[in-house]
Ligand binder design. Structure first.
Ligand code: FA5
Length: 350
């Protein structure tokens, strides 16, 4: 029996020396120490021995078992180390000259203010929609009650593409698609349409401290039975007090937009100069922030909604100007400057 133990020990050592992978090692472990393994087999053979022989042989087999387990553990560590070394060899070299405290990235102030607005409207049951930057003439104008050659088209100097499409000059361009998307749920299930859709807009404009040729707006619409101007004012006020976390002076004055009737201009007292007048507000003390109004019956009709039965409001919040006011940025052009030094200071470093 002692010879058998020795033979097994030698055979194990030889087999172990040929193991190169974790899988091979596991197979070897099962072959020797598993339930049907050689060592367990030796134990079973003990039943034919005398009690004295059993004692001696039992101890020898236990020593062998311990040795085998120990060697397997050592081999496992060795293989793990080799795997790690191979993995490191495959990785690109580290640049050890890199500073250990690289600054983390930050969100653009417009992204921050957009997310705040989205949270506020989400909490009031509004869906958040995304819409393309290239739209059709129908979406941007005709569906909004602005037919071809209508003078209202001059209010926005639009970039046209060669194929007749255009760069969205306002987020209102998504209104028609939103009405069409949600109208069935409104008509058949009585679910009001409540959606906001932030987006980048483009206009061929001379730039100054409060005008950019590329800026962000956030459109919002609500359509249901019996929606009135009071609903519109409630949502506007809630949004502004949540975003600014303080009382903000606003004024509502009549405004003309062919897609609303009546229409309003909602201005905010300039937070850069405290209403005294400065270049950021064109020295008026007020900044045009969020035109709005009751959706024109023709616009509802174009969206497949019966204006006799449903009414709604729409607003077009100037997100870029909101970011200026919220973060005290005096010149709108800084927001498109790409200057990390100035734009990275607004992300909370949590
Ligand atoms: C519109 O674009 C309408 N579509 C808004 C609207 C929607 C009215 C729904 C009624 C109902 P306006 O051109 O005024 O309106 O632009 C809306 C807001 O976008 C402005 O108050 C301003 O805050 C912002 N804005 C407009 N042009 C610029 C610009 N060149 N640079 C920065 N912000 C701008």
């Amino acid at each position: 029996m002692a010879d058998k133990t020795n033979e097994l020990k030698l055979a194990f050592a030889e087999a172990l020396s040929k193991v190169n992978t974790m899988e091979e090692l596991e197979n070897l472990r099962v072959e020797y120490t598993g339930k049907k393994g050689y060592i367990t087999g030796l134990m079973q053979e003990m039943k034919n021995l005398s009690p004295e022989e059993k004692k001696v042989f039992g101890q020898t087999v236990n020593v062998l078992k311990d040795e085998v387990n120990e060697k397997i553990t050592e081999k496992r560590e060795e293989l793990k180390k080799k795997e790690l070394e191979a993995e490191l060899a495959r990785m690109p070299e580290f640049d050890i000259s890199m500073p250990p405290t690289l600054k983390r990235g930050s969100y653009h102030p417009i992204t921050l203010v957009q997310r705040q607005c989205e949270e506020v409207f989400k909490s009031m049951g509004f869906a958040i929609e995304d819409y393309s930057e290239i739209v059709t003439d129908y979406e941007c104008f005709e569906a909004l009650n602005i037919p071809k050659d209508h003078p209202a088209r001059d209010m926005q100097d639009t970039y046209y593409l060669e194929n007749g499409q255009l760069l969205k000059s306002h987020t209102s361009a998504a209104q028609n698609a939103i009405y069409k998307k949600y109208k069935d749920a409104l008509i058949n299930e009585g679910k009001p349409i409540k959606a906001i859709f932030p987006g980048r807009c483009f206009r061929n404009e001379a730039t100054d401290a409060c005008h950019e040729n590329t800026f962000f707006q956030m459109e919002g619409v609500m359509v249901d039975k019996n929606i009135s101007i009071s609903n519109l004012i409630f949502f506007m006020k809630t949004m502004l007090s949540e975003v600014f976390q303080k009382d903000i002076k606003v004024r509502l004055r009549p405004g003309f937009f062919p897609f609303v009737e009546p229409g309003f201009e909602l201005d905010i007292s300039c937070l850069i100069c405290g209403g005294e007048g400065c270049p950021s507000c064109k020295h008026s003390g007020w900044l045009e922030l969020c035109p709005c109004g009751m959706i024109h019956p023709e616009v509802l009709k174009a969206g497949g909604i019966d204006p006799e039965e449903y009414t709604g409001f729409a607003f077009g919040l100037g997100l870029t100007r909101l970011a200026m006011m919220k973060y005290g940025i005096k010149d709108i052009r800084d927001l498109n400057s790409g200057s990390l030094k100035s734009l990275s200071q607004f992300t909370d470093d949590k």
